[in-house]
Design a protein around this ligand. Structure first.
Ligand SMILES: *Cc1c(COP(=O)(O)O)cnc(C)c1O
Length: 399
């Protein structure tokens, strides 16, 4: 009998973390690899946030806290939702975990039974289906084509909902495509969901602050008839360049929030007291650097999209947010690389790119859509310039 549980056998390790790890190993072995696989900002955590953490340590803020967040952090989150989204919550509708991923994990563990279905639009963030599989429930993937901007349509949503659908997961701006849903697009989905009261919605808003050219962020909890059905997940990882601090949060129905705390009380207990103090400063302190950093991301996006579209066989949409692009490599599938290996799919494409031209990206199939790859442009312009010329060289070397 295997020591590994059946539920664990259903899942795989995160492919994006695997690519980052592979790039790190190759670099340690002396190869000049440029990693465009990582899903985190290259900027540093702002100083005022670091200072708040240092102060917390010095003040002895170093003990267990309330399981699902300190009163100060919950209040800062309530204030954030009011200030930025015009959403009213009370502190008992807020939960804090060790990163947004942890909050989603807890939410799914707390609510899913075997037989329940979770609708996941693809391309999706790699962790959604595997977290659902761990609970024993069933991920139901809807492919959203490049022609529809990689976005879910109301028609496809409606056709996929069954009596067993428990959650629909929305993620805008999206990882891996950068696609952003406009207010009207969300309202179109809401129109379907209002007529399906048994369906709950998880809105993953982690890239809320990374949008371009005046895109107006809108989140589905802003639709009054749906607010009680929506759990809105957000966190400090991406907006405040705090991936290592591990603080994510969610707002939603009191009973669901309480259930999340119950899981946390029997597993991780509270997230780090010091990180929570830092997150209070992130949310309450100056927000000035956010538009400045977004502008830097936008310049990189423009450079990357233009460079990719100038390569024969590659085409790339220009997304409104996050720090990813999701170009198609379909025009190069079937060609052979320098060593004579035929590229049968996007996985072959990214492996050959890494082996021959030292650029690490992630294959689209890892996100549920074949024929594409994801580039994270959260790295220096210098790195991006080098990477784009390497990708061009690689593509031109195929025959
Ligand atoms: C990064 C990310 C998260 C959460 O990240 P944490 O570091 O766990 O807070 C959630 N959803 C998406 C789509 C992400 O890219």
């Amino acid at each position: 009998m295997s020591i590994i549980s059946d539920s664990l056998k259903r899942i795989k390790p995160s492919p994006t973390i695997a690519v980052t790890q592979k790039a790190r190993e190759l670099r340690a072995a002396g190869r000049d690899v440029i990693g465009l696989g990582a899903g985190e900002p290259d900027f540093d955590t702002p100083d005022n946030i670091k200072e708040a953490a240092i102060k917390a340590i010095k003040d002895g803020d170093t003990k267990y806290t309330a399981v699902d967040g300190t009163p100060a952090l919950k209040q800062a989150i309530v204030d954030k939702f009011k200030r930025e989204n015009n959403l009213n919550y009370t502190t008992d509708q807020i939960t804090v975990g060790a990163g947004g991923k942890h909050v989603i994990y807890n939410l799914m563990m707390a609510t899913l039974n075997k037989g329940d279905e979770v609708i996941i639009p693809a391309p999706y963030w790699v962790s959604y289906p595997d977290i659902v599989l761990l609970t024993g429930a069933t991920p139901v993937v809807i492919e959203c084509s490049e022609e529809q901007g990689f976005k879910l349509t109301a028609k496809d949503l409606e056709a996929t909902i069954t009596n067993n659908t428990k959650w629909v997961i929305l993620n805008s701006p999206s990882n891996p495509t950068g696609a952003c849903y406009s207010e009207q697009e969300i309202k179109n989905l809401a129109h379907v969901l209002k007529r399906k009261p048994h369906v709950h919605i998880l809105s993953d808003d982690i890239y809320e602050h990374i949008t371009y050219e005046g895109f107006k962020f809108f989140t589905i909890a802003e639709i009054p008839e749906l607010k009680n059905k929506v759990v809105t997940m957000n966190g400090v990882s991406k907006s405040y360049a705090m991936t290592g601090w591990r603080i994510g949060y969610a707002a939603g129905d009191k009973d669901v929030i309480k259930a999340i705390a119950k899981i946390q009380s029997q597993s991780t207990t509270n997230p780090s007291s010091i990180s929570q103090a830092a997150a209070v400063e992130a949310l309450n302190g100056t927000q000035e650097f956010i538009p400045i950093r977004s502008l830097a991301f936008q310049e990189r996006r423009d450079f990357v999209v233009n460079s990719l579209n100038a390569i024969d066989g590659i085409s790339c949409l220009k997304p409104d947010g996050a720090f990813y692009v999701f170009p198609s490599c379909k025009g190069l599938i079937g060609k052979k690389d320098k060593s004579g290996k035929k590229l049968e799919n996007d996985t072959d494409f990214v492996q050959s790119l890494l082996e021959n031209n030292n650029v690490a990206v992630v294959q689209g199939s890892a996100f549920g859509l074949d024929g594409f790859f994801r580039i994270s442009y959260a790295t220096s312009m210098e790195n991006l310039e080098k990477a784009m010329s390497r990708i061009k060289e690689f593509c031109e070397s195929l025959s």
